[in-house]
Design a protein around this ligand. Structure first.
Ligand code: ZN
Length: 358
């Protein structure tokens, strides 16, 4: 394991232009009836939700970082040490991209916590990184009195990302962080499929996440395997506390055909499994499907069929490793969507009846 190097220095105080906020400080402000600038960017529920995810995963990892949100225009997440204090920083765009998917949020926070827990270090040009930081400190005026150095550090990191960060994790570190992150997720009650969706969402958004957290087909394969392991740990009966994404109560009774307007887990004799909302005994609403052939679907359903917005992922077999994110009608790709082949090739546009149109 690599030794952790503290890369941030404290300089004298003047004024600051840094735009970064301490999530827990802002949330406790809101709880106490105060205001937060962050509500210009996010509904208070999103902020409470973030704080909850961060708290639960910190408990699991045993690392309790300062959690910063920065006003940067690039979707990324960072984990670093500020004079011995662990810090996780998420930019506003990455939260925006993930805010409707609590499991994907848990995946990114779990992943960053794992980097801290495992003392991973940005490899590559450490010297350049330090030089860049020193340049930034020289150029910028830093106020150490403003909510600690967190804000100044956040600003530096945001600048670094804007300048295309020179640092990145090694592939081995990424595998390790994915594995540990998924373990935290499962232990905290999140769906490990969120790790897959994190990859998919960031892949199709304008994110620089993969510039600092390098990905590869090998990494994706491993994430699928990790999420699959976690799936086996999920409950296979209906004693399931509703996912916080669903406002519906837990389904009761063992007869799935009677389930309606509730949230539950059902397994079919052929091995296919569904977790999500039900109506009239059928998967209906928001849910996740694991088909016996290894294909998965996460999204909206209408009486057992993919219908609305969702993500379909092909397991082993034909189209293995491909996935589609976008609109569905009656189980077919239909509407605006993005089809990503396992080799990374992307087809984006309008689909109709399972086929790409334009
Ligand atoms: Zn990483």
């Amino acid at each position: 394991m690599k030794k952790l190097v503290i890369i941030f220095l404290l300089l004298s105080s003047t004024t600051v232009t840094a735009e970064a906020w301490d999530l827990n400080y802002e949330v406790s402000n809101l709880y106490n009836g105060g205001t937060s600038t962050l509500t210009r960017h996010f509904a208070p529920e999103v902020l409470y939700g973030l704080a909850e995810v961060q708290y639960k995963l910190s408990q699991q990892s045993g690392v309790h970082p300062i959690f910063l949100i920065s006003a940067d225009n690039i979707a990324n997440a960072y984990a670093f040490q500020d004079r011995g204090k662990p810090v996780i920083l998420l930019t506003i765009p990455i939260i925006r991209a993930l805010q409707n998917d609590v499991d994907a949020v848990a995946a990114v926070i779990g992943h960053e916590l794992a980097h801290l827990k495992l003392s991973h270090l940005f490899s590559g040009q450490m010297t350049n990184l330090v030089i860049n930081l020193l340049e930034l400190f020289a150029r910028k005026e830093i106020d150490s009195g403003l909510s600690g150095t967190g804000r100044a550090v956040a600003d530096v990191v945001a600048q670094l990302s804007a300048d295309a960060a020179k640092g990145f994790y090694s592939r081995e570190d990424e595998y390790e962080a994915d594995a540990a992150g998924v373990q935290y997720m499962i232990a905290a009650g999140y769906n490990p499929e969120g790790a897959i969706r994190l990859h998919q969402i960031l892949n199709q958004s304008n994110a620089s996440f993969f510039s600092t957290h390098p990905t590869s087909s090998e990494r994706i394969t491993r994430i699928y395997a990790l999420a699959g392991q976690g799936r086996n740990n999920q409950p296979t009966h209906n004693n399931y506390s509703p996912n916080i994404n669903s406002r519906l109560p837990a389904c009761s009774g063992n007869n799935v055909q009677t389930w309606t307007n509730c949230y539950g887990v059902a397994t079919w004799p052929n091995g296919s499994k569904y977790e999500g909302e039900f109506a009239n005994g059928q998967p209906h609403g928001q849910g996740s499907v694991w088909l016996s052939n290894g294909n998965t679907y996460v999204g909206q359903l209408k009486y057992g069929l993919a219908h609305g917005q969702g993500t379909y992922t092909w397991g082993p077999g034909s189209n293995s490793g491909d996935y589609y994110v976008g609109g569905f009608i009656n189980d077919k790709m239909h509407g605006q969507g993005t089809y990503t082949y396992s080799n990374g090739q992307i087809v984006r546009g309008v689909f109709a009846n399972d086929k790409f149109v334009r």
